[in-house]
Design a protein around this ligand. Structure first.
Ligand code: PLP
Length: 404
């Protein structure tokens, strides 16, 4: 019989010895999962309010996702590269176009790569128009667009940017939800304006309809592209397929990624015909992107997420989550906000990491969004019973932290 304690220690010590130390992980090892629940190597169960950071849209051990993977494996092809025609990425692109503002799609392997592609497409459009000076990019306070050099330049946080300078030239930062501040820096040299309709990492901040509409107008005035980063808030998470839908505005480019293939790595850039027309053969590419295995799984995800019943479920459970969290009356709780199953609970002190840490002993996986916000982005299969369980434990934890 295997000594599980030893196995756990071996993995944790191995991580400390062999991995670049860029992540801080809690002291347990996850070994299997089912539905909303993950289990560690010692048999402890955790209800998952993180979903691998808004990725595992159907939770764990999902039969449909497993069928999509096995069906594609049965064809014997995981990868062919973009040198050749294959079927699944075409079917996926068609479905994405049918369900959005977009005319065309470019696939990537991650969120940050989708934003890098969006930067290149925006600059290429201006270049094609004979305006190389129209290369500036606009981003907002508390934005998160990724970790590669272009995307971190669009992510105005000292900790992420400072050690890696020089960054991309021509990026300007305005205040989120402040239209006057955006107006002051958007001009005819602006190639694109990047905004998350609901900011994720930055603390679950919902862009107002007025703000998104105002950005649309400013972009039209200065023929700049409006880019919605829906990498975290898109794909049904907020109770509509796309988070920008309730605002009545549409972008020129939308980037998506996290949940698109239910845990397999994928990203996509959705764009209008005008943007697509600026890109020609050989001007951008990726070895892995849009491969038959990942896109087969994404087809399964998209065909289920677009079902009205699925989105209604997210709206119902999301509203219940906000309602129940709002009933926690403890002085340390400052605000509850969000939409659908993308919800933040703001604290009066920078102790979100402490709350997350205390959650483990209660069988809860949670994640912070900044120092003072606890973020709830569970699998979209979460039920009201999971909310009740969460709120019970969380109340105990918050009472304790309140008194610390
Ligand atoms: C996670 C995230 C990214 C980066 O995606 P990666 O796949 O980690 O590169 C970009 N934008 C937003 C809004 C995100 O939440």
């Amino acid at each position: 019989m295997i000594n599980t304690q030893t196995l756990t220690d071996q993995i944790i010590e191995g991580e400390a010895s062999y991995l670049a130390q860029t992540y801080k992980r809690p002291p347990f090892v996850l070994v299997h999962g089912d539905g909303m629940t993950l289990f560690d190597s010692e048999g402890n169960a955790y209800t998952d309010w993180v979903a691998g950071i808004a990725v595992n849209i159907f939770g764990y051990n999902d039969a449909g996702v497993q069928r999509a993977i096995t069906a594609q494996l049965a064809n014997g092809i995981i990868h062919t590269s973009n040198l050749y025609h294959t079927a699944p990425h075409v079917r996926l692109a068609k479905l994405l176009v049918e369900h959005s503002f977009a005319d065309r799609v470019f696939f990537t392997n991650s969120g940050t790569e989708a934003n890098e592609a969006a930067i290149k497409f925006a600059r290429k459009l201006a270049y094609e128009a004979g305006k190389p000076e129209k290369h500036e990019l606009v981003t907002f306070s508390n934005a998160f667009h990724g970790r590669t050099m272009g995307s971190i330049t669009l992510t105005p946080r000292e900790k992420y940017q400072k050690p890696f300078k020089p960054l991309l030239p021509g990026v300007k930062v305005a205040e989120f939800n402040n239209l006057a501040s955006a107006q002051a820096i958007i001009n005819d040299n602006t190639a694109a304006v990047f905004v998350e309709p609901i900011q994720g990492e930055g603390g679950i901040n919902v862009a107002t309809t007025e703000f998104l509409k105002g950005l649309r107008d400013l972009c039209d005035q200065h023929s700049a592209l409006l880019v919605f980063d829906e990498i975290q808030c898109g794909m049904g998470r907020t109770g509509t397929l796309w988070a920008h839908e309730p605002s009545g505005t549409t972008p020129d480019i939308m980037t998506i990624a996290k949940p698109l293939a239910a845990g397999l790595p994928i990203g996509a850039v959705l764009m209008t015909q005008r943007v697509a027309d600026a890109m020609h053969v050989g001007e951008h590419g990726s070895t892995f992107a849009g491969g038959p295995l990942v896109t087969s799984v994404a087809l399964e995800v998209l065909s289920r997420v677009t079902q009205p019943d699925f989105l209604t479920h997210v709206q119902t459970v999301g509203a219940y989550l906000i309602e129940q969290l709002s009933k926690i009356v403890i002085p340390i709780v400052k605000d509850v906000r969000g939409r659908g199953l993308m919800v933040g609970l703001e604290l009066t002190r920078d102790v979100a990491a402490r709350v997350v840490e205390l959650g483990y002993a209660h069988g809860l996986l949670m994640v912070n969004a900044g120092a003072n916000v606890i973020r709830f982005v569970p699998p979209l299969i979460a039920e009201k019973s999971h909310v009740n369980q969460l709120v019970g434990h969380l109340t105990t934890i918050l009472e304790r932290v309140n008194n610390e």
